[in-house]
Design a binder for this molecule. Structure first.
Ligand code: AMP
Length: 171
């Protein structure tokens, strides 16, 4: 079974010119869901120790906690502004038009933590780059950036130099 067939393209969502990769058919099919999870786990070398998995709101929350359980690691959510209740640090990053901000709890990463960053899609790389900055500001080391999908033609990898980037599917 090919998990790619459970990802559908939605034209012009959320705005004109964007082809949105909708992963909800994959999540709702038990076999595709299981295969995607196992594929993501298989991307992570067995010989690296991981203390925390950081997942990015919102679609990084589907597989991030599952990976954390498989790795016997903790899970840390990175969220949009004013969602996390305790003391946070924030990072602004550029979007196609304008900027956005992501936040993490200051005490969620300890200096020296080895961190796996997970999100559903690597597109231009701006989002992942901002989250790497948050993790590194708190003294963590990102050992892999892990994605279900990588839009290779957008070269997001270039924004994540010196960090291994892995994805289950590359377009
Ligand atoms: P970027 O910062 O450009 O790498 O964008 C990554 C973030 O935007 C991820 O959190 C994705 O969920 C979302 N994203 C970007 N492009 C798409 C797309 N074509 N379809 C669905 N989500 C996308």
């Amino acid at each position: 079974m090919d998990i790619e067939t459970y990802i559908r393209d939605i034209q012009d969502f959320p705005k004109e010119g964007i082809v949105f990769k909708d992963i909800t058919p994959l999540l709702s099919n038990k076999d595709a869901f299981a295969k995607a999870q196992n594929t993501l786990r298989g991307l992570i070398p067995n010989d690296i120790e991981i203390d925390k998995v950081v997942g990015i709101e919102a679609r990084g929350f589907f597989f991030g906690p599952l990976l954390a359980r498989q790795l016997n690691a903790g899970f840390v959510p990175v969220r949009k502004p004013n969602k996390l209740p305790h003391t946070t640090i924030s990072q602004e990053y550029a979007l196609e038009y304008g900027t956005d901000v992501l936040e993490i709890h200051k005490d969620a990463i300890q200096p020296g933590d080895k961190v796996l960053l997970h999100d559903d899609i690597l597109a231009t790389g701006g989002t992942a780059q901002a989250v790497v900055q948050l993790i590194e500001t708190l003294g963590g080391t990102v050992v892999q950036c892990n994605f279900l999908i990588q839009l290779g033609f957008l070269n997001g990898k270039e924004k994540l130099p010196n960090i291994p980037v892995a994805s289950a599917i590359t377009y």
